[in-house]
Design a protein around this ligand. Structure first.
Ligand code: IMO
Ligand code: MG
Length: 415
């Protein structure tokens, strides 16, 4: 058996799905272990665009088994829409798609609470995706959540819903209807339920690929709190969220060649000038879940060293390098100053991170279009130099470089 993890190491949207897609060739199982439909994973296949919010991107390969394990939170109404749309494109789910009965259900009340919290002037604006993710995880921790496995016994489900509504001091007029709707979901999705830990441990001749959602700087614990998502996006989230307690053999961290962020929160290397605008346009940096323009900035090696460390990365996939073609000068942040003093650690405090002054090195850019190149050696010398500079700063091999959205537009580096 071999196990690989593909983890976003910034604030999400690192083009993880593209990397999952190229690595899924060797996988038998593709497993989402955290997050919900706040994720937007885009894959281009033969000029057709697929955006996945819940279904693991491995579903495009016939014969691979795709899994939503217990650490994910699932809006079943959205999941059904996604499955139906994919089935219409000829993709089969039979015997190759499974949901852990422990996974929590994102209910309409969770979306409502998410929206209300974001609209409340007395609360910090996070800029969430308003998909109900935070409230659902909060209810799971508060022990009032509804899990997929709860959908099959009417009395128990009614009681659990009553507990949840009472916990939120929420008056419901249509409890019976909510119970009926949820039981209907149970009937529709019931055949997909399976205890995933048994599945993963039983088949120890198989290869597992863990597909991370969001990124390490959005991790509820290690991210730029409180401007984070509510799940464990780092490598430690895998055993917790999947029930697979074995070792992850290969941890691949995904970084964009520049940094982006959607929503609120500190971003030391953010660009507010025409270069930022140009990157946004070239990189099509608009959210695939919410359509919001993404904030763009330079690669931040201080943040990257931190996320590489907490994930114990074995290698790095560097994506969207082609977006830089035509820029005269590129910058990489290699240090922070806080209140005039040089600091050596990535601040845990978002207020401090807002105040840091990044120190940059400058590297020459390149003019040529690199989207057709398939070998590292054939890249312009300045593009190679940019890659090896990041490699040296992080002390980790960049083994995969993406220079376009297509599967083919990938450079694998042999060491
Ligand atoms: P993928 O998997 C980028 C951000 C939101 C917000 C914060 C909290 O496509 O990389 P939430 O709805 O999770 O409570 O929002 O997290 N966010 C993402 N940003 N990519 C994502 O997913 C994200 N999922 C959540 O913008 O700042
Ligand atoms: Mg996204």
């Amino acid at each position: 058996m071999s196990t690989t993890a593909v983890l976003g190491c910034v604030w999400g949207d690192e083009a993880k799905a593209k990397i999952v897609d190229v690595l899924a060739v060797d996988a038998d199982y593709v497993v989402r272990f955290q997050g919900g439909n706040n994720a937007g994973h885009t894959i281009w296949l033969k000029d057709e665009k697929y955006v996945f919010h819940l279904v693991p991107s491995g579903i495009l390969y016939p014969g691979k088994t795709c899994i939503l394990s217990s650490g994910t939170v699932i809006d079943p109404f959205e999941l059904i829409k996604e499955i139906d749309a994919l089935k219409e494109k000829g993709i089969s789910f039979r015997d190759r798609f499974f949901i852990d009965p422990r996974a929590h259900i994102v209910l309409p009340i969770h979306r409502e609470l998410d929206g209300k919290c974001e609209a409340d002037d007395n609360q910090t604006l996070i800029g969430t995706t308003k998909r109900g993710i935070g409230p659902c995880y909060a209810d799971a921790i508060a022990r009032v959540g509804i899990r997929f496995g709860d959908l099959f016994e009417k009395e128990n489900l009614t009681q659990r819903l009553k507990n949840l509504f009472s916990y939120h001091k929420y008056t419901v007029e249509n409890l019976d209807k909510q119970v009926t709707d949820l039981m209907e979901i149970g009937t529709r999705l019931g055949s997909y339920l399976k205890q995933i830990s048994y599945l993963l441990h039983k088949n120890n001749d198989k290869n597992i690929l863990f597909e991370g959602a969001q990124g390490s700087l959005l991790d509820v614990n290690f991210g730029t709190y409180p401007f984070v998502t509510s799940s464990h996006t780092v490598v430690g989230g895998i055993p917790i969220g999947s029930g697979f307690g074995g070792k992850v053999d290969r941890v691949v961290g995904v970084f964009k060649s520049y940094f982006t962020r959607v929503g609120e929160g500190p971003f030391p290397t953010e660009l507010f000038d025409e270069i930022g605008e140009r990157i946004r346009k070239q990189g099509n940096e608009f959210g695939s879940t919410t359509g919001r323009p993404r904030r763009c900035g330079w690669f931040d090696a201080v943040a990257a060293q931190f996320t590489a460390m907490i994930n114990n990365l074995d290698e790095i996939a560097l994506t969207l390098l082609d977006v830089f073609s035509g820029l005269e000068t590129l910058k990489i942040c290699i240090g922070y100053r806080l209140n005039g003093e040089k600091i050596s650690e990535f601040p845990y405090n978002s207020n401090d991170l807002t105040k840091v002054e990044p120190e940059y090195i400058e590297l020459p850019g390149w003019k040529d279009d690199i989207t057709g190149i398939r070998e590292f050696e054939k890249l312009p010398v300045n593009a190679k130099n940019y890659v090896t500079t990041i490699e040296e700063l992080l002390g980790i091999d960049i083994s995969i470089i993406s220079i376009g959205p297509d599967r083919e537009q990938t450079i694998f580096r042999k060491k």
